[in-house]
Design a protein around this ligand. Structure first.
Ligand SMILES: Nc1ncnc2c1ncn2[C@@H]1O[C@H](COP(=O)(O)OP(=O)(O)OP(=O)(O)O)[C@@H](O)[C@H]1O
Length: 300
């Protein structure tokens, strides 16, 4: 079943179109990674999905029904955004209690259980204003999952977490996705983070969803290449084209070149570059990853 369908969604702030005709589909039980550079529109898309900002045009459906005037669906969804609305003077426990009351959560120990799950039980009575960024993120996650929602939406959830926190968090999300069939949408600019977890990804660029694909499909299309880091990129390009007749290569930055024609003799290339006074810092075969895929898409 399709848990979320975003249809021809457009969002304008004033005259500026921040989301342009977005069509997005999330299936039950999957982890969907929404990736995009800063300012691509990820937070705005999440806010429109959650009804926190009005849409200019289009439609949003949950569980194959229009989300409009359907307030009941919000109890089936949990979300964590940067702005959480927590009270600075209240403790972690007291803040969650406020939201538990709003949601009508009656389960005994629900708050302590969720604080335990996100690793905050030892900070239970600390005031929110004394929390670090990572602790605030964990509390946001706790608030998103406390009522055991079927669909969780997380905006940049690992921003501010330390590496162990990120790993724990990922493990937890993968666990609930597998064991409880919870559907998860996670936005990030950390592609490596998303590629480990997500079943499918959507790439948002300048307000346009330019790709929506299963992660395997993207991984399958990844090519191998010879990565070289050199002291002079211009001279290296000349050597590649004129001596080795290489056409399929890419200059990545002032030092790195990716060569996709792998039949080339590496020893000969090293010799030729040395002859031209070009130093080689690195030369190795690599495989494209999600970063490369993303870079190519958004740079074109
Ligand atoms: N309330 C607002 N009024 C006007 N413009 C806004 C508003 N909120 C966001 N924008 C603009 O919309 C665009 C998309 O912003 P958004 O925060 O959705 O991007 P993002 O992909 O989440 O970025 P980041 O990764 O930096 O959080 C940006 O150009 C931003 O300046």
């Amino acid at each position: 079943m399709e848990i979320l369908s975003v249809k021809n969604l457009t969002k304008k702030y004033g005259n500026i179109e921040v989301l342009k005709n977005v069509n997005m589909h999330i299936q039950e039980g999957e982890i969907y990674g929404l990736i995009g550079k800063n300012g691509a529109g990820k937070t705005t898309l999440i806010k429109t999905i959650l009804g926190l900002t009005e849409i200019t045009d289009g439609e949003i459906c949950f569980w194959e029904k229009s989300g409009k005037n359907n307030l009941r669906i919000y109890n089936r969804i949990g979300a964590s955004l940067d702005f959480q609305g927590f009270y600075p003077e209240l403790s972690a426990y007291e803040n969650l209690k406020v939201f538990a009351n709003i949601r009508g959560i009656t389960k005994k120990n629900a708050i302590d259980e969720v604080l335990e799950k996100v690793g905050l039980i030892s900070q239970r009575d600390k005031k929110y204003k004394q929390f670090s960024l990572g602790m605030k993120k964990r509390l946001g996650l706790a608030n998103a999952i406390m009522h055991e929602p079927e669909f969780i939406i997380l905006d940049e959830p690992t921003n501010g977490l330390d590496p162990i926190g990120i790993a724990d968090f990922r493990k937890y999300l993968m666990k609930i996705s597998k064991e409880e069939q919870t559907t998860i949408m996670i936005s990030s600019h950390l592609l490596s983070e998303v590629s480990i977890m997500a079943d499918r990804i959507g790439i948002l660029n300048n307000g346009v969803l330019i790709v929506e694909k299963p992660i395997e499909e993207i991984q399958k299309s990844n090519r191998k290449y010879l990565k070289i880091s050199v002291t002079n990129v211009e001279l290296t390009c000349g050597v590649l084209e004129e001596i080795f007749k290489v056409e399929d290569y890419e200059v990545i930055d002032r030092e790195q070149i990716y060569i996709y024609e792998l039949q080339m003799d590496k020893k000969e290339l090293s010799k030729e570059l040395a002859k031209h006074g070009v130093g080689i810092m690195e030369m190795k075969i690599e495989e494209e990853n999600l970063e490369d895929y993303f870079r190519k898409l958004v740079e074109n």
